[in-house]
Design a binder for this molecule. Structure first.
Ligand SMILES: [Zn+2]
Ligand SMILES: [Zn+2]
Length: 278
């Protein structure tokens, strides 16, 4: 199983997951041309994408879903309430597969598990993706609000995690935002801070956790080194031997090969920077 972000942050999110000939995106929060350009950077064409799983309607996750579904025939998988909240992006010509917020379904060679989150959207979900032949499990957990018990249960045992590390709590407190916006971002229906991401990573740590890619970083209230050092510091108190990377907004991340990451994590040498700086 291979995973890369096309980009991550408040200006667009999309994750490419591949297993054999199955290629799916989790979210498509870039314009059609930008999706095409970013897929090309990863050596893929839009026509090779089998489906998009949509986590929630916020535009940084859905900006391209309508145009991509019409242009390239990508089927969209989402809940009915999320689809209703994306009404302005859809023309009724798209192929849409509805799923309930707590549900398991299959797309090609991948098993998807959607689990509700408490983020401030109509019907938001986090997803895990399993490759049945290998048993490898990956989680996409951004826009969490807080990690609820069902979310933690779904993410337990993941071999690779894309984990929200949105802001540094002090930087958010000192940011020149209105109080209400700070409350929204830092609140239980907003986004996970670096500190909370570190606590969650500690809880989810197990010997076969091969890698964590920190994602959805705020450009104003975070920076990659701070996110990595906060979460890495929390993980140093555990036996974690996987890699930690940070997903950027401007470009795709270097693709992660999950089975290789797990093999390295259970091997002898600690690997703290397996991901490129991309
Ligand atoms: Zn978002
Ligand atoms: Zn959101």
């Amino acid at each position: 199983m291979r995973i890369a972000t096309l980009g991550s942050g408040s200006r667009g999110n999309s994750v490419l997951v591949e297993s054999g000939s199955t290629r799916i995106l989790v979210d498509a929060g870039f314009s059609g041309s930008e999706l095409s350009r970013r897929l090309a950077e990863l050596g893929r064409r839009p026509e090779e994408i089998d489906a998009v799983v949509v986590t929630h309607e916020h535009r940084d996750h859905t900006a391209g879903i309508g145009v991509a579904a019409r242009r390239w025939g990508w089927p969209l998988y989402m809940t009915e309430r999320t689809a209703a909240a994306c009404d302005d992006l859809l023309r009724g010509k798209e192929s849409i597969e509805f799923f309930p917020a707590e549900c398991r379904f299959r797309i090609g060679g991948l098993e998807i598990h959607a689990v509700p989150t408490c983020h401030d959207a109509a019907d938001p979900v986090a997803v895990t993706i399993r490759e049945p032949e290998s048993g490898l499990l990956a989680g996409v957990a951004t826009d969490l609000g807080r990690a609820t018990a069902p979310v933690k249960a779904a993410l337990a045992g993941c071999h690779f995690l894309i984990l929200e590390a949105n802001h540094d709590e002090i930087r958010l407190r000192e940011a020149p935002y209105p109080w209400s916006l700070k409350q929204r971002i830092g609140g239980s229906r907003g986004h996970l801070s670096n500190q909370l991401a570190g606590e969650l990573a500690q809880e989810l740590m197990h010997p076969e956790l091969g890698g964590i890619l920190l994602a959805h970083l705020s450009q104003e209230c975070n920076d990659p080194r701070l996110a990595k050092s906060t979460v890495g510091g929390a993980l140093r108190k555990t036996e974690f031997r996987g890699g930690i990377g940070v997903a950027g907004q401007a470009r795709p991340s270097a693709p992660a090969n999950v089975s290789e990451l797990v093999a390295r994590a259970v091997g002898k040498e600690a690997q703290l920077s397996l991901f490129g700086s991309r």
